[in-house]
Design a protein around this ligand. Structure first.
Ligand code: TXA
Ligand code: MG
Length: 333
């Protein structure tokens, strides 16, 4: 039985974590499915609840910056600069792991992913549990990450001990993941903290090529799995406004939905506006993908335009949800 609570009853949920149980909690990015990161049996429950492949490591969440030094054996100067600027917040840092970190949470790697969330409920839960909390996004493996408690319940009811309803996630996409375990920092997953933001702090930072390409030799194990996909079949359509519209209009049929960018309608088709800028697109993306499924849409055409900034994170998630099916409406053969 899953107990659905609010932050008022957080003490129960913190005790559950300390006792080796599982708790879904809100963070500023997406909801996380948490358990004691240093308890291998508890960590195993996360993999089982999500149906997650055992070779995909989890992020360890902390409530205090200094806890990094307990989990990591080496903290580089770049890592310190990034922590000073962006902890707490939507940034995950990969570092060489210390001996207290077990093999389940890191999927056997010698590195550990560490994040200090800024959401006060997340922080209180970590603090009160007295544990470091391992937490992937709280969706069934492969589905879009949940950004509201209702979507958590759809996926996780009966699979976890507690769900804490903390309203809507502010960011809507998962944290930016940066590997600082080597000589040069590298972005493994883009997010709200953008390449441009990071470059101001560590100018030599690189973007891993796997972010936008399909690859079977990724640096981050999570990159190789089909991710974020709704049940509907998604195609991303790019190009000039006029050509994008022409292409999508010619594909409208029963059960076809459109994710528009900056508004507009397509006759009787089920349309969701992704927003007027990339921040809004990011914030609503996973929510909207689930909304298409809930409305019986089997095929989605998504308008998209390459704008950099947080647009890179949107592109990464959207392309994955489409299985990299994209159309350049300006260059149709
Ligand atoms: O915003 C977030 O990061 C959310 C919230 C709950 O904090 N969590 C999240 O976790 O998105 P998850 O498990 O869905 O994604 C973690 C990503 C995966 O792609 C995983 O492969 C990668 O981080 N990762 C974890 N540990 C790693 C490591 N040691 N080396 C490389 N990649 C790692
Ligand atoms: Mg995930």
């Amino acid at each position: 039985m899953t107990k659905i609570i609010t932050a008022e009853n957080i003490d129960e949920a913190a005790k559950c974590i300390a006792d080796g149980g599982t708790v879904v909690f809100p963070t500023e990015t997406v909801y996380g499915l948490g358990a004691d990161a240093l308890d291998d049996d508890a960590v195993l429950k996360i993999f089982t609840a999500k149906g997650r492949p055992a070779d995909n490591p989890l992020i360890v969440h902390i409530a205090h910056r200094d806890d990094v030094y307990k989990l990591a054996s080496e903290v580089s100067e770049d890592a310190k600069k990034l922590m000073d600027k962006f902890f707490p917040g939507p940034l995950t840092l990969i570092m060489k792991k210390s001996d207290i970190v077990g093999g389940k949470v890191t999927a056997g790697l010698d590195t550990v992913a560490i994040r200090m969330p800024s959401n006060p409920i997340a922080n209180e839960l970590i603090d009160k549990s007295g544990c470091f909390i391992a937490a992937p996004s709280a969706n069934l493996s492969g589905s879009p990450s949940p950004t509201v408690a209702r979507h958590v319940i759809d996926d996780m009811d009966g699979r976890v001990d507690y769900i804490i309803d903390g309203g809507s996630s502010q960011v809507g996409l998962e944290s930016t993941v940066v590997d600082v375990s080597g000589d040069v920092p590298e972005i493994l997953r883009p997010g709200k903290i953008t390449y441009e933001d990071l470059k101001e702090v560590v100018p030599n930072i690189l973007i891993n090529k796997g972010i936008l390409a399909e690859t079977d030799k990724p640096k981050s194990p999570g990159m190789k799995y089909k991710h974020y996909a709704p049940k509907a079949d998604v195609t991303v359509v790019m190009g000039s406004k006029v050509n994008v519209r022409k292409y999508i209009e010619s594909h409208i049929a029963d059960g076809v939905g459109v994710l528009t960018y900056k508004g507009g309608s397509y006759g009787d088709a089920f349309v969701i506006n992704a927003g007027d800028n990339m921040e809004e697109y990011a914030n609503g993306l996973f929510y909207n993908l689930r909304l298409f499924d809930e409305n019986g849409v089997h095929t989605v055409y998504a308008e998209f335009s390459d704008e950099g900034g947080i647009g890179l994170a949107v592109k990464n998630r959207l392309f994955k949800s489409a299985g990299h099916k994209t159309v350049d409406a300006d260059n149709l053969i």
